[in-house]
Design a protein around this ligand. Structure first.
Ligand SMILES: Nc1ncnc2c1ncn2[C@@H]1O[C@H](COP(=O)(O)OP(=O)(O)O)[C@@H](O)[C@H]1O
Ligand SMILES: [Mg+2]
Length: 229
């Protein structure tokens, strides 16, 4: 079953076609890597799929809901309830301990503090962060901070997690560890994942890879059955 279906996406900025007739589908629980050179439209695609940017043309459907037909308030609510986000870095609140950073979406949605931090703590431990729950971002390594960001993206049990170069600020070994965790934990939670990455080894963890160039999807390949999953 497809959870996210985008058809004929076009995004123009003046004479630049950041997206040039892109079709994308993401299956429920599927992990999709998006690769391509700088400026090829990866971030624009992610933002359009996530309902952050309105395309110049095309449609985006989330499990039967036309994202572009919603009001701004409805789309904001859908983003909060159904989507999780991981960015490159700098997304944690410096004054909050790891556990509360990870629990933030639940706390903002009005969940009781004990239940929210308990669920966040469980995710942090699954991500190898046992013992760091009370540390603030300044007391974490870059890789640890990104794992807290992953916990925060998943804590609300989203249908889709979007990650834009989540390991771009990390060294390659740490980056791979974080990508491996991101894909496996998303899979365990039944969340689909759309991750922009420059690591060509990512096909090892994702179900499918899309290659972009000049605003178009130029190739799609599926991971071999029985890969590293
Ligand atoms: N807000 C914007 N205004 C004007 N041009 C933009 C804007 N955002 C992106 N672009 C242009 O669209 C193209 C695709 O950008 P982007 O999606 O950020 O690519 P990537 O993430 O692959 O590096 C680039 O040519 C970029 O300069
Ligand atoms: Mg980008």
């Amino acid at each position: 079953m497809d959870i996210l279906t985008a058809r004929g996406l076009v995004m123009t900025y003046g004479s630049t076609r950041a997206l040039d007739d892109v079709d994308v589908t993401v299956g429920a629980g599927e992990s999709v890597a998006v690769m391509g050179p700088s400026g090829s439209g990866k971030t624009t695609l992610l933002h359009v799929l996530a309902g952050i940017l309105r395309p110049s043309a095309g449609s985006v459907d989330l499990a039967g809901t036309d994202l572009l037909a919603l009001s701004d308030a409805q789309r904001t609510r859908l983003r909060r309830d159904d989507f999780g986000f991981v960015f490159q870095s700098g997304q944690l609140l410096p004054e909050l301990p790891a556990e509360e950073n990870a629990a933030l979406p639940l706390l903002l949605a009005g969940a009781p503090r004990a239940a929210a931090t308990e669920r966040a703590g469980g995710l942090l431990r699954r991500l190898g962060l046992a013992g760091t729950e009370r540390r603030r971002p300044g007391e974490l390594s870059g890789g640890q901070a990104q794992r807290v960001a992953i916990a925060r993206a998943l804590v609300g049990r989203p249908k889709v997690v979007f990650a834009d170069e989540p390991t771009g600020a990390l060294d390659q070994a740490t980056g791979r560890e974080v990508l491996d965790l991101l894909t496996s934990v998303a899979r365990e939670h039944g969340a689909a994942l759309v991750v922009v990455t420059h690591d060509a080894g990512v096909a090892r963890w994702c179900d499918r890879t899309l290659a972009m160039r000049d605003g178009r999807v130029v190739s799609q390949f599926t991971a071999p059955v029985g890969g590293a999953r």
